[in-house]
Design a protein around this ligand. Structure first.
Ligand SMILES: *[C@@H]1O[C@H](CO)[C@@H](O)[C@H](O)[C@H]1NC(C)=O
Ligand SMILES: *[C@@H]1O[C@H](CO)[C@@H](O)[C@H](O)[C@H]1NC(C)=O
Ligand SMILES: *[C@@H]1O[C@H](CO)[C@@H](O)[C@H](O)[C@H]1NC(C)=O
Length: 473
């Protein structure tokens, strides 16, 4: 068969639009794995801001090096059909239109169209940022890319007196905080990148079938070399009806992912206590499984129970004794923790849904947090007989004073990402199961109710997963 010269462009187009299945899969796998590694990779998150101690550029320096929302721009958009990863890159620039060559900006990115989801942002630490996202529903999407902080302002640790003030303030306004600078939210930008304001991306119809996509996800999961017992990866998208659909369709019989998880506990249906341990984020999770009671607390387990901490059990905050503490006291945290994990009913039939995050992000340094997480892991590994499931800390959208008062200054989404990444990776290294509620919350279109908490419905899918996990196959 002979081709006319006019047909060559068409053939090139066909070849480039229809690459081989192998190359589609390779690209898919690379991005699937990057997204999964990112949420454990605290070193890369921290790298652009190595020195996390209280450090701020001021005045002229800040003006000269901060990122400009009108000068920065998207410079490369790589759109793929639905069911494959798309991404784009942003070049950050200063107010003088100089290309920046350092990282450290805190971005949030939302894709809004036939479905809603947050993009994963990679700081390449050279002035460019990459936004990666997997869209399943074809159509036109608006990009909403918001700069929260620049020059590492979104990652710095709070001053040391914040821990004590959090314990003593006693009211929601947290008016005891001395540092006016932070109370006024200096440095919080919370404005969109102008280049994304009128920008949409058009995601074409898929060129591979749903069955192929499901297979790609499972194959990629097995080939990523991320050795984590992930109970639920939390990735998916919200529909216009606010219905969450995970990427991985769990109703498909699965010989790899689900089966390997089934074996990681000694629980017998109807026995044991399911104990939720954490702060108010966990406490509300407990409320949503107990009122009205879900099968998890009546059929799958004998009962559910909860410990409500800020950092120490919540009730202690009404006492004045903790006002004396300037900094976090790890043995004290462990002491309260043991009172739960060493209970008689916390036997091998029991389970502990564990989180420690928001209050650490709000009042302590990253270094202290690392110590706490390592110590908690050590405790459960050596002292607890049941099944531990680590639940990550949920995302925040805009920072409001509603519930956080001045403490919102350090409750940044960027810091939540960093603290999560450290805890997630430490849990994985110690073979502790991991339920990642961060992506589902980050993608939830209305965001939080009050700056930190979500409507219960956001975590319904996570509850389903827990019920399935502890039920007989
Ligand atoms: C966006 O579109 C509106 C209306 O077409 C226009 O007035 C505005 O200047 C545009 N903004 C940007 C940043 O391009
Ligand atoms: C999952 O797969 C099953 C069987 O192929 C299908 O009936 C169902 O609609 C799928 N669910 C989702 C959420 O994609
Ligand atoms: C939870 O544990 C506490 C403390 O031991 C106990 O007093 C309470 O009755 C338990 N609640 C439920 C619902 O089992």
């Amino acid at each position: 068969m002979r081709f006319h010269w006019e047909t060559w462009p068409l053939i090139f187009w066909l070849v480039s639009y229809y690459p081989s299945r192998a190359s589609i899969y390779d690209e898919f796998k690379a991005n699937w794995c990057r997204q999964r590694k990112w949420r454990l990779d605290w070193r890369s998150l921290k790298k652009p801001c190595q020195d996390l101690r209280y450090r701020r550029l001021t005045g002229k320096q800040y003006q000269a090096f901060s990122t400009s929302l009108s000068q920065s721009e998207i410079f490369e958009v790589k759109i793929r059909p639905a069911g494959e990863y798309s991404r784009f890159f942003v070049q950050s620039r200063t107010h003088n239109a100089q290309k920046k060559t350092i990282g450290g900006d805190s971005w949030r990115v939302y894709l809004e169209g036939p479905s809603y989801l947050a993009g994963t942002v990679f700081d390449h630490n050279d002035g460019t940022y990459e936004v990666l996202f997997l869209i399943k529903e074809p159509g036109v999407y608006k990009i909403n890319m918001i700069l929260d902080y620049t020059l590492c302002d979104g990652l710095i640790d709070p001053p040391i007196d914040w821990f004590q003030n959090a314990h003593c303030s006693g009211n929601l306004k947290n008016s005891l905080l001395s540092n006016e600078l932070f109370s006024e939210m200096t440095g919080y930008i919370n404005k969109p990148l102008l280049d994304t304001k009128n920008r949409t991306v058009n995601i074409p119809w898929p060129r591979i079938t749903e069955a192929e996509i499901q297979k790609y996800m499972r194959d990629a999961d097995n080939e990523c070399n991320v050795y984590c017992n992930v109970l639920w990866d939390g990735f998916g998208r919200w529909g216009n009806d606010y219905k969450w659909t995970p990427y991985l369709n769990s109703s498909i019989q699965d010989t790899t992912i689900m089966l390997s998880h089934q074996k990681q506990h000694d629980h017998t249906t109807g026995h044991g206590v399911f104990w939720v341990y954490g702060d108010s984020l966990s406490y509300y999770f407990y409320v949503s499984i107990t009122s009205p009671p879900r099968p998890l607390c009546t059929d799958v387990f004998k009962e559910c129970n909860v410990t409500y901490n800020w950092i120490y059990p919540k009730t202690l905050y009404e006492l004045t004794e903790t006002c004396a503490e300037m900094s976090l006291h790890v043995p004290r945290v462990l002491n309260y923790f043991r009172q739960v994990i060493l209970r008689k009913d916390m036997d091998k039939e029991s389970a502990l849904l564990l989180n420690a995050g928001a209050h650490y992000v709000k009042t302590t340094s990253f270094k202290s947090y690392q110590e706490v997480i390592k110590a908690l892991i050590d405790e459960v590994k050596h002292k607890y007989k049941g099944t531990v499931i680590w639940k990550s800390t949920t995302a925040i959208h805009g920072q409001t004073a509603d519930i956080m008062g001045a403490f919102r200054r350090f409750t940044t989404n960027h810091r939540i990402q960093l603290y999560n990444a450290f805890a997630n990776s430490a849990m994985c290294e110690n073979s502790i199961s991991f339920l990642d509620v961060y992506p589902v919350s980050e993608s939830y279109p209305p965001g939080t109710k009050d700056g930190i908490h979500y409507k219960d419905e956001v975590f319904n899918s996570a509850i389903d997963v827990l019920e399935r996990y502890f039920s007989p196959h």
